[in-house]
Design a protein around this ligand. Structure first.
Ligand code: GAL
Length: 715
């Protein structure tokens, strides 16, 4: 945890030097305006390789020195970046084959960014050289406090490459993983379609092909692509650690991005960062979930390294955010554990492909509404930052996010509704748009690029609507600190995950398994036993068969023993369960499997501790999970931070001694009243409020109190 809140912008001094007649003289004006907005940090140079090494082995840091000096003179700290996402024109001209090859065999054209293949020895070596030169050069600069490695690994579909270097590296990776061809053939089940491999050199890259490829082959290629960038990343981190042991190292991630295993990629970082953009359809809940996912990667506070300040240029429609957007999004990030907020970008670009992207200043250099909001936040942070010191979010419920399972489901979605490339269709057909269009309109929280997070959306949104903090973590994490663990999509089970879940339930935990759980082994093959495979010991129930519901077909569940007899709609996926002695919580209402079990609970007294496992065999919207949480959370002892009307998000950061900073964020277009447990002083305004608190549309109120129960010690 850093001891202060860093607050600043992403700045490209090299561009303004070229684009404006006044040239470098502009830097001083910019730095003054940054200070006037209360900023204390600037991120620089992630795309500047071509300017820092204009010819091979000829380095020019003079312009960057001058820019950093101006910033330093204005008391602005600097986060520098290794500029490796943009190999310079001379490198691509000399070695055109450092550019990646797509699955269809086409080599990417030069002249943009992210074209480099991490397995190409020359791209890797030149990346090492520029990183090392730069890192050594700035190791002792008093303005530099830390580094961002590269920029958004995997962006622009660059996680996987199909060139000959990758082909060789993939075979080497497989040989190291399996040891023998016999083991590989066994793991992949290559007897199917007679694919048995008798030589490592016969194993192809999974490029575009006539028919579907072996899912085990595809899963290993995903793992290999992810490991490739992890190794490239660790190469840069090793250089940074060697030369700048006193600087922090971070990387800017892309939220629920699927192509790289972020747990692996980020293992060696001090903290993660992410880039918070509101693509069409993003909602307060999906952004909250993304913050929690970012926190959960290292279970540590994080930075937002690029915070949107106005229109973006790459979404479906690029609407202009309403007034108050920047402030609300900034405080939402801080509430979920951000210790740094950096706005993208300082000024709207005059040239290049992102001319339509807003900045804090517009293209003419005028202050935008975003600047005004940033300035307000800057002055508020002067008071708030010390209060946030050594605090972090704290959750009693975890949702498990597992990359192998996400990949397995993407490789075989088994319904076109869950395919990544039918984004628009999915908006129409996802289960939450079909079901639960209840009074609070919670289905709205599921649209947009929901396919990237569909398995989490329903349980997450239900908890978010209840103002119950959630940690989104890896299945192998220490789960014992959570009262409830929800695994909404654990399709693939590695032996270590089975052990972790068994240990958790044996220790007295409440585990909720979602549909498609435990169907696949670690190689992406079906288990030769009923689903949920090795977890059947915990569920007692097992899946007899599953039905896939077409987009316009919904189904309903009834809850025979619940006090609330209303039916709950579900969509897309329906598994019929054999209870095998487990308690049946819900059954299907209609059709030829009416009356069959859809949700079961198995309570087991194990080693003296009482754990329970709920198996949920269907997909639905937040209302489905609300029903389940109504049944479970009281007994599990999980309380909301505060009851508040729908639209008002409540989140808290907690210190070791239980001191708590509570954020109320009104995402709605109207005023609400919230009943507080006690009188408060709003830390942003200094105003005292009674227990009945009015919160205006788009407003934020922050106060301090003591957590009701002594919190578990935050890590
Ligand atoms: C990010 C990227 C930035 C810029 C921005 C535009 O993904 O890191 O360099 O392209 O998007 O929204």
């Amino acid at each position: 945890m850093v001891a202060m809140i860093y607050f600043g912008c992403d700045y490209y001094p090299e561009q303004w030097r070229q684009w404006l007649e006044e040239g470098e003289a502009r830097w001083k004006t910019d730095a003054q305006l940054m200070r006037e907005a209360g900023m204390n940090v600037v991120r620089l140079a992630e795309f500047a390789w071509g300017l820092l090494e204009p010819e091979p082995d000829h380095f020019d840091f003079t312009w960057l020195d001058r820019a950093i000096d101006v910033l330093h003179h204005h008391d602005l700290k600097v986060v520098l970046c290794t500029p490796t996402p943009t190999p310079p024109p001379w490198l691509l001209a000399e070695h055109p084959d450092i550019a990646q090859v797509t699955a269809s065999g086409r080599r990417q054209g030069p002249g943009t960014r992210r074209e480099g293949c991490a397995n190409h020895p020359i791209y890797r070596e030149r990346s090492r050289i520029i990183s090392q030169e730069m890192v050594r050069y700035y190791a002792d600069h008093p303005a530099v406090i830390g580094w961002q490695t590269d920029n958004e690994f995997g962006c622009h579909d660059s996680a996987y490459c199909y060139c000959r270097h990758c082909e060789r590296a993939f075979r080497t990776w497989l040989a190291a993983r399996y040891g023998s061809l016999e083991a590989l053939n066994q793991a992949w089940g290559t007897a199917f379609w007679g694919e048995v491999y008798a030589d490592w050199d016969l194993i192809p890259l999974p490029s575009l092909s006539a028919a579907e490829r072996n899912p085990s082959h595809l899963l290993d290629f995903r793992r290999f692509g992810s490991d490739t960038w992890r190794d490239f990343h660790n190469m840069e981190i090793e250089i940074l650690r060697r030369h700048c042991p006193h600087h922090f190292i971070t990387h800017n991630l892309m939220g629920f991005f699927m192509d790289l295993d972020y747990y692996d990629l980020c293992q060696e970082l001090d903290f993660v960062s992410w880039d918070n953009y509101h693509y069409h359809g993003a909602t307060p809940a999906t952004i909250a979930a993304t913050h929690d996912h970012m926190w959960g990667i290292l279970q540590r506070n994080f930075w937002v390294m690029e915070q949107q300040v106005g229109q973006i240029n790459w979404s479906a429609y690029n609407p202009m955010p309403a007034p108050g957007f920047v402030r609300l999004k900034t405080y939402q990030a801080l509430a979920h554990g951000a210790d740094g907020i950096v706005y993208f970008r300082w000024r709207q670009a005059l040239a290049g492909s992102e001319q339509y992207h807003s900045g804090l200043l517009d293209h003419a250099g005028r202050k935008t509404a975003g600047y005004a909001e940033a300035q307000q936040i800057g002055s508020e942070l002067a008071r708030l930052a010390p209060v946030l010191e050594a605090t972090q979010p704290q959750a009693e419920i975890a949702i498990l996010l597992d990359y192998d399972s996400r990949w397995a489901l993407e490789i075989q979605p088994h319904t076109t509704c869950l395919r990544a490339n039918v984004d628009a269709t999915y908006t129409v057909v996802n289960p939450a748009t079909l079901v639960d269009p209840d009074a609070t309109g919670s289905w709205q929280y599921m649209i947009g690029r929901a396919w990237q997070m569909w398995p989490f959306a329903a349980p997450y949104v239900a908890l978010w609507e209840r103002n119950i903090p959630v940690a989104i973590v890896a299945p192998e994490s220490d789960l014992s600190r959570y009262k409830v663990v929800c695994a909404p999509f654990l399709n693939l089970l590695r032996p270590a995950v089975v052990e972790a879940l068994r240990g958790y339930v044996h220790g007295g935990g409440t585990l909720i398994l979602g549909p498609r759980a435990g169907l696949k082994d670690q190689h992406n093959k079906l288990f030769p036993m009923p689903q949920p495979g090795p977890l059947s010991e915990l569920t007692s129930a097992s899946v007899r068969f599953f039905d896939v519901l077409e987009p316009n077909r919904t189904h309903r569940l009834v809850w025979p023993h619940a006090s609330d007899l209303r039916a709950t709609e579900i969509g897309l996926w329906a598994e019929v369960l054999d209870a095998n002695g487990a308690e049946v919580l819900a059954t299907y209402e209609q059709g030829w499997y009416a009356g069959e079990a859809a949700i079961t609970r198995h309570r087991a007294v194990l080693d003296g501790a009482r754990g329970q496992t709920i198996y949920l065999g269907c997909m639905g919207g937040p209302q489905l999970y609300h029903r389940l949480f109504d049944l479970l959370l009281g007994d599990a002892g999980v309380e909301p931070i505060l009851a508040a009307p729908a639209g008002v998000e409540v989140m808290a950061r907690v210190a070791r001694d239980g001191r708590r900073v509570v954020f109320l964020l009104n995402h709605a277009q109207r005023e609400f009243y919230v009943t507080l447990p006690h009188e408060i002083t709003d830390l942003l305004t200094g105003l005292q409020h009674g227990r009945r608190l009015s919160i205006a549309a788009g407003q934020v109120i922050i106060y301090e109190d003591q957590a009701a129960a002594a919190p578990a010690t935050p890590t």
